[in-house]
Design a protein around this ligand. Structure first.
Ligand code: PLP
Length: 413
């Protein structure tokens, strides 16, 4: 066949001009290239927890758990919605001791990403928009677009730096008028990219807003808990607020993932957990979410789900994994403390930051700040009106250098 008769591309138009490399991975590649060239590079771009010696942090207990899974079980297909032991372990992990334990169903997903995808396709019609904060993890938009849905945002921070509940309320009302249903996606605690976590008062106000909006049609909250296990132990309890929402008829979905909780980024082990007070409705959720599993990834990493099921339920292994994670959280917390101290000294403007993998620093021209910090070997990620700083990959001793580079680049408020 002559090339002249071939179309320019066999791809459908929507797929023909997709961007290539993910911008964050491209920045990481540049940082790595310069480091390999002998430069003293501080790479604060990637979202994985790195030890102070530059090695990826891993948990030995996870590999011990994997070693205990019989090979023929590990190698076999998992049930479509996930192994019962795993799903029960996730439900206990989230809701043990809460009435929600018996008001929730779960399916296995490839990481939190799979959980987000499944929520989007089952709780929004094609063409409708999910609602999230104006700063958000950029794959939300890719997931929505790829599923023929879209993203609407509310302003995340009011002028005084507080969580902008008024903007949430008005954007939610507008969305309810426009599409008659809403899926509100919130990543808290330890929001990526800002580091922000909702406090008690903000949670209470959020519950009131969602319950009010539910009067106009179905409203669902999707809580993205990707970083929850790295929140401070005294961070506000979200469960009582979720209980109030579910009691008031607003279903709450949780995107659960082992990527950060068990440092298994490549394991693709996650779950979508859906809580609703009515058993028949829960049955519909279970069926719909299981159908989405079959219609996308079919079933997930069997070895990974079995291992996480074991880690969450075997007494000794569970204790071991908790101790290992505690050490990792301490590592991260020391960086958070150092950042808060240094950033206050340098006068950087940034949101309330008590823990988590990232924080963002507000600035007028983020492209210029990124350029200027890179000139000093410091790599951060540009956002509209801010840069994202990955404390998860910044050794504690390098925090002053990071802050100085940001201040020198004009990021001081
Ligand atoms: C905010 C947020 N949500 C969800 C995820 C999902 O990650 P995974 O699919 O690896 O669980 C990430 C990962 O970086 C994230 O930052």
């Amino acid at each position: 066949m002559s090339p002249a008769t071939s179309p320019a591309t066999h791809l459908i138009p929507a797929s023909a001009a997709r961007p290539g490399d993910d911008p964050i991975f491209a920045l990481n590649a540049e940082a790595t290239r310069r480091a390999q060239g002998g430069e003293d590079v501080l790479n604060a771009t990637l979202g994985a927890l790195i030890e102070d010696d530059g090695q990826l942090a891993v948990m030995a207990s996870v590999f011990e758990a994997m070693g205990r899974i019989p090979p023929r079980l590990a190698a076999s297909y998992a049930p479509i919605s996930g192994p019962t032991k795993y799903l029960n372990a996730i439900l206990d992990d989230l809701y043990a001791g809460s009435p929600l334990r018996d008001s929730a169903v779960a399916v296995g997903t490839p990481g939190g990403t799979g959980a987000l995808y499944s929520a989007i396709v089952n709780f929004l019609e094609p063409g409708q928009k999910l609602l999230t904060t104006s700063f958000y993890w950029s794959p939300y938009a890719i997931l929505a677009d790829h599923a023929r849905r879209d993203v609407a945002t509310f302003r995340m921070f009011a002028g005084d730096g507080s969580f902008d509940l008024d903007s949430l309320q008005s954007e939610l009302a507008a969305l309810m008028r426009a599409q008659g249903r809403a899926l509100v996606v919130l990543n808290t605690p330890c929001h990526n990219p800002t580091g922000f976590s909702l406090d008690e008062d903000e949670w209470s106000a959020l519950v009131a807003i969602l319950l009010e909006a539910e009067k106009a049609g179905p409203v669902t909250l999707l809580l993205d808990l990707a970083y929850e296990k790295f929140a401070r132990p005294d961070s506000p309890a979200w469960r009582p607020h979720v209980e109030r929402l579910v009691n008031g008829g607003v279903p709450v979905l949780v995107a659960w993932t082992a990527s950060k909780a068990f440092t298994q980024y490549g394991g693709r082990i996650g779950a979508l957990v859906a809580a609703h007070g009515d058993a028949k409705e829960r049955e519909r959720y279970k069926n719909a979410l299981g159908y989405s599993c079959r219609g996308t990834w079919s079933n997930c990493n069997h070895l990974g789900m079995q291992a996480v099921g074991t880690l969450l339920t075997d007494g000794a292994l569970r204790q071991k994994s908790l101790a290992e994670r505690e050490a990792l959280r301490d590592l991260l917390d020391r960086r958070v403390v150092a950042f808060n101290r240094e950033a206050a000294r340098a006068g950087l403007a940034y949101p309330r930051y008590e823990g988590g993998f990232f924080v963002c620093v507000f600035c007028r021209d983020s492209a210029e700040v990124v350029r200027a910090t890179q000139a000093r070997g410091v790599f951060v990620v540009p956002l509209p009106g801010a840069v994202r700083v990955a404390l998860c990959s910044t050794p504690e001793a390098q925090v002053p250098r990071l802050v100085d580079a940001l201040a020198a680049a004009g990021a001081a408020g």
